[in-house]
Design a protein around this ligand. Structure first.
Ligand SMILES: [Zn+2]
Length: 383
């Protein structure tokens, strides 16, 4: 077994990381092993899984056996020498980075290395990124920084230039199918469907394959473009899309939040002895609620973005039909309706619609109001 077994379709990354771990054993900084790394790759390619697997391999006495206590606790985020900074909010602020730097200032306690994983380095505010830069420029001799971001351009050039870059690729459809069938015991037909429509995003594929509700929400969203004929239907399609995306995000964040609030209450002595929380508990709870609110906002945005990507695949399919390559439709279940659209709307118009979808995604990423953005989009999608 190896911690790297989970990296699907990334043999070049596994090779580089194994070389680095081998060098790290000797304790020297070499060409293979360096103290700052940057993992980039499209959503779902597993960039943070790669970073965390590397962290586990660096603290494991067997270079990442995946079974020992070091490997397991590193992967679960509970290892004394592995710090994982994963933000659920929209940005990572300078205070968080300063706190992190204080926590990791000393030498590793049990492992040969202290490893810091920053899952969303693209969400660092500029001041937070500059604070981090100082740490990367003058690293503790035994500290390794692993940053993750969608692409190189999401990270400040000064940080980029001080890290070794590893680019993950989107796994192929057949690689995703294999993981779903072999690791997650999903039926081959369902695995085929989920891998096809999620376009190499393993997490999304697994999620779709396992949950009937999510599949039916996706079906409704994909049927929307066929219902838009005028402004009124465009507005109602927008309302439907926003409410489905919000519903999906809320169902995820609500169960997460409930568990966290309960755990926090326990940690502060609520419940167990029949008394209230210890002093300081109320403040901690307030902090947690603030974080949960910020996460809920982010999850709605992520869910809307996923819906827009699904819509984009539909218009992409229309273009495929128009170019005579029907064999590779992503949404082959909707072939008939896709062919009708292909016959009715000219390819230039379809391209404009895809542009409008991409523009809406960009606007949402700059915090545009969701409903207004989607309403404008649906009007643009109307024929
Ligand atoms: Zn191990």
């Amino acid at each position: 077994m190896s911690v790297f077994a989970e990296l699907i379709g990334q043999p070049h990354i596994v090779l580089a990381l194994k070389d680095a771990v081998r060098s790290a054993r000797n304790g020297e900084e070499t060409q293979e092993m360096t103290h700052a790394w940057l993992f980039t790759g499209p959503p779902g390619s597993g960039r943070s899984s790669a970073a965390i697997a590397f962290a586990a391999a660096l603290v494991c006495p067997e270079s990442g056996c995946d079974t020992c206590i070091d490997c397991r606790s590193a992967k679960a985020g509970g290892h004394a020498d592995v710090e994982i900074l994963a933000t659920e909010g929209l940005s990572i602020k300078i205070d968080e980075v300063r706190e992190l730097m204080q926590r990791v200032a000393w030498s590793p306690s049990v492992a040969p290395w202290r490893v810091v994983v920053i899952e969303d380095a693209d969400r660092l505010t500029e001041s937070a990124a500059n604070a981090l830069l100082k740490a990367i420029e003058e690293p503790g001799a035994r500290t390794v920084w692993l940053l993750c971001a969608p692409s190189l351009s999401d990270v400040l050039p000064t940080i980029r230039s001080r890290t070794r870059h590893l680019q993950l690729r989107t796994p192929s459809q057949s690689e995703v199918v294999r993981v779903l069938v072999e690791r997650d015991q999903i039926a081959p037909g369902m695995a085929d469907f989920a891998a096809r429509v999620s376009q190499g995003h393993i997490g999304r594929a697994r999620y779709l394959a396992r949950d009937e509700n999510i599949r039916s929400r996706r079906n409704v969203i994909l049927s929307l473009p066929f219902t838009i004929t005028n402004i009124a239907t465009a507005f109602s399609a927008a309302a439907t899309l926003v409410s489905l995306a919000t519903e999906e995000a809320n169902s995820q964040s609500a169960s997460k939040s409930e568990k966290e609030t309960q755990e926090l209450g326990m940690a502060w002595g609520q419940g167990a002895t029949g008394r209230g929380m210890a002093s300081g508990g109320a403040k901690a709870l307030k902090e947690l609620e603030k974080e949960q609110k910020s996460r809920a906002t982010r999850m709605v945005r992520d869910s809307l973005d996923g819906a827009l990507l699904d819509l984009a695949t539909l218009y992409r399919d229309v273009l495929m039909v128009q170019s005579g390559v029907e064999a590779s439709l992503i949404n082959s279940e909707l072939r008939e309706q896709i062919v009708q659209l292909a016959n009715r709307i000219r390819p230039e118009k379809i391209l404009q619609k895809i542009d409008s979808i991409m523009q809406a995604r960009t606007n949402l990423s700059f915090n545009a109001a969701p409903l207004l953005t989607i309403e404008a989009l649906m009007c643009a999608l109307s024929e």
